[in-house]
Design a binder for this molecule. Structure first.
Ligand code: 13P
Ligand code: SF4
Length: 352
């Protein structure tokens, strides 16, 4: 549906009043009505860098989810304030690893005698607490666009990797890009005693995968790939690495949201594509490339409900409050957490 013209006008006016003071970041999964006001759009990696590169902006309005706003707060100066237009915009995957559970896991690894040779690698989609844990134990953060480089780096530092919290990105990267076999990976389940793994399994494994996943990408199945291939002969299947291993293995191309956008820009006119990622982005891409056939990989619709929490009314409210000198929904990571989380994030930003 087209956005409410009154709200569009109000967002425009508030933004104009704020001028250089405000910088609006928009993740690719945001609604069209929100993305039209983003000063930059990007995947998690690009947005983290863009936030850090804007020291003159007093306010960073983050149109994305909570962990992204936290990362922006960590990477910007103390004088800059990060605002998340709706505090209910979380990420179910990030919520699957709590600081307590991860501390317990580290105890299990210590008991098994493997903690000393294990390097934590945490996906950007994790809380600031988990990033701080990662920094404290010599690890790095990664995103879906640099997971391979992060793992290469980690295996130069130690013998094993504890990959948090997305088991699929961890497994897909280890098996597809690093040449590990699926048997080199074990899954640590925080809801089972000792993670549901034995000390011997921990000693044998190369990759210890946290049992987390994205509920949006988890819905794509091998069947959806087979279906679309039967329906559209010659279709190119392009999926995000948060999809299950069997889906990624059956796909033609795999990559982050930014990669997906670039791949479609480079695709020849007349080509057909089935995309396995969030629906707002897929719809936008289909509209942007009328000369190509671009379809959603699954038959049922699949938005990220928390990304969708950020809508135009929330954005208008945040911008108008800021224009009135009132900071709302500020995301602020405490100093100690920030210190260690920043260590981990900086290791990521320094990856070759
Ligand atoms: P990227 O934007 O890094 O590809 O990540 C997708 C995602 O699920 C973010 O929550
Ligand atoms: Fe989290 Fe998945 Fe939504 Fe990304 S798409 S924010 S991983 S729930």
């Amino acid at each position: 549906a087209p956005s409410d013209p009154d709200l569009v006008e109000r967002a425009r006016a508030a933004k104009a009043k704020l001028g250089e003071k405000v910088f609006v970041l928009g993740h690719h999964y945001q609604r069209d009505e929100v993305i039209q006001f983003a000063d930059v759009t990007g995947d998690s990696f690009k947005l983290a860098r863009d936030a850090a590169a804007r020291p003159e902006a007093e306010y960073i309005v983050f149109c994305g989810v909570h962990f992204m706003a936290e990362s922006a707060d960590i990477l910007t100066s103390d004088a800059q304030q990060v605002v998340l237009p709706d505090l209910a915009a979380g990420c179910s995957m990030a919520d699957m690893a709590t600081a307590e559970q991860v501390a317990e896991c580290w105890d299990v690894l210590t008991e098994a005698g493997v903690a000393d040779v294990t390097v934590p690698v945490s996906y950007m989609n994790s809380s600031a607490d988990i990033k701080a844990f990662t920094g404290r134990h010599g690890g790095t953060i990664c995103t879906s666009s640099n997971a391979e480089r992060a793992l290469e780096w980690a295996f130069q530092q130690g013998e094993k990797v504890l990959f948090l919290p997305d088991q699929h990105l961890g497994r897909n990267t280890a098996v597809r890009e690093m040449g590990f076999s699926p048997e080199d990976c074990i899954v640590y389940n925080p809801h089972k005693p000792n993670g549901g793994v034995t000390a011997e399994q921990l000693r044998d494994a190369k990759m210890i995968l946290w049992r987390g996943h994205c509920s949006v990408h988890g819905r794509f199945s091998l069947e959806s790939v087979e279906d679309v291939r039967a329906r559209i002969p010659g279709v190119n299947v392009l999926v995000h690495p948060e999809c299950k291993h069997e889906v990624v293995s059956a796909a033609d191309h795999v990559g982050s949201t930014e990669y997906i956008i670039k791949a479609l820009e480079a695709a020849p006119a007349g080509s057909s594509w089935a995309i396995g990622t969030e629906l707002n982005l897929v719809r936008r891409l289909a509209k942007a490339h009328p000369d190509k056939q671009i379809v959603f990989l699954d038959k049922t619709v699949c938005f990220c409900s928390t990304m969708n929490r950020i809508d135009l009314p929330h954005l208008v409210w945040a911008l108008e409050s800021l224009a009135d000198g009132k900071v709302v929904n500020r995301i602020q990571v405490d100093r100690e957490t920030e210190h260690f989380a920043k260590l981990a994030l900086e290791r990521m930003l320094a990856l070759p």
